[in-house]
Design a protein around this ligand. Structure first.
Ligand code: GZL
Ligand code: ZN
Length: 317
């Protein structure tokens, strides 16, 4: 075809772009930052999209409002990473009535699955089970007095990790979770909760579980300030989740004993679902993003891989 016609075909004008809204949790953690960047790098005009990403600042009401605005704007697709699992039926029904497909991403919601088109995310329950199985393998029949810093209240990522880990705790009659409080997936939250734990339980705990790397950074600061040692050469076994770059660096350095991965690189998988819907092809209702677990060098485990500099350098986030 002539150059002019080719020119027309090549420049996808605004009308051809698929209009996508992403109601993002917020900016609470390095994991979230990596997830946001991944969407911005994937849902580009070159890839045929116009992306409206709204940071909902960890506020459920703001997230509902963002979705309502997407509906008003008549976007083609709405993606939601739900801050909390509860409270979605009404707005999902509104999106469905407006004929806009909704994809739930990253976390889970407590809503009938007929209310959304597809789900792409990870398995926090299994992540919690992995942490518990690894701890059991490493402790043998030694006792565990555990302090847990949970993620954001009502978030499936926190609920799942708590429940999965609890299943493993219940298998050991000499394990006890002394206390478990939310650090809201933030470094400040982790530090504040750990400081209060130290006041109540100093000298009584030998395991700290943080439900994301940023909370673990805060917990390390609090333990450093109290002269409590942790990691492979410390008195306290430190377990974290996310396996972000800095979390794996601490694992490589032996400060974290274990970091259970939760992979934020999910945008391409979501885009693939959208493309199938666009092309009226069959697509999976649910797609699980695979996770691994990494432990400090020198630790042999059936449930985790020894982190190496090489693995760290290859990490996408
Ligand atoms: C997990 C994700 C969680 C991360 C946190 O799927 O939703 O939210 O574990 C993030 O770091 O804040
Ligand atoms: Zn289970």
């Amino acid at each position: 075809i002539g150059a002019a016609a080719m020119g027309m075909a090549m420049t996808a004008n605004a009308a051809d772009l698929i209009k996508v809204g992403y109601a993002q949790v917020g900016h609470e953690s390095d994991w979230r930052t990596a997830n946001t960047k991944n969407y911005q790098d994937t849902f580009t005009e070159d890839n045929g999209y116009s992306l409206e990403l709204v940071d909902c600042d960890n506020d459920h009401a703001k997230q509902i409002e963002a979705v309502r605005n997407f509906i008003q704007e008549g976007l083609d697709y709405i993606i939601i990473a739900p801050i909390q699992s509860a409270g979605w039926d009404t707005v999902l029904q509104e999106a469905q009535d407006a004929g806009i497909p909704v994809i739930i991403a990253d976390r889970e919601i407590d809503a009938d699955e007929s209310l959304y088109t597809a789900w792409v995310g990870t398995a926090p329950h299994d992540e919690g089970v992995t942490a518990g199985k690894w701890l059991g393998e490493q402790l043998g029949d030694k006792e565990a007095n555990i302090l847990q810093i949970e993620g954001s209240v009502g978030a499936s990522a926190a609920i799942g990790r708590t429940e999965g880990f609890q299943e493993e705790v219940d298998k050991h009659d000499n394990w006890k979770i002394l206390d478990s409080q939310s650090g809201d997936f933030t470094q400040d939250g982790g530090q504040q909760v750990m400081e209060s734990f130290i006041k109540s339980y100093e000298g009584k705990f030998n395991v700290v579980v943080c439900q994301n790397d940023n909370e673990a950074y805060g917990a390390m600061d609090a333990m450093d300030a109290a002269g409590i040692t942790y990691g492979v050469d410390g008195d306290v076994t430190l377990i974290s989740y996310d396996a972000t770059h800095d979390g794996l660096q601490y694992t490589l350095d032996g400060k974290f004993n274990l970091d259970v991965e939760c992979n934020p690189i999910q945008a391409q998988t979501v885009s693939d679902v959208i493309q199938k819907i666009q092309n009226k092809e069959d697509y999976e209702k649910k797609t699980l993003i695979k996770d691994e677990a990494f432990n400090a060098p020198g630790i042999k485990s059936e449930f985790a891989t020894e982190i190496t500099k090489d693995i760290l350098d290859k990490r996408a986030y």
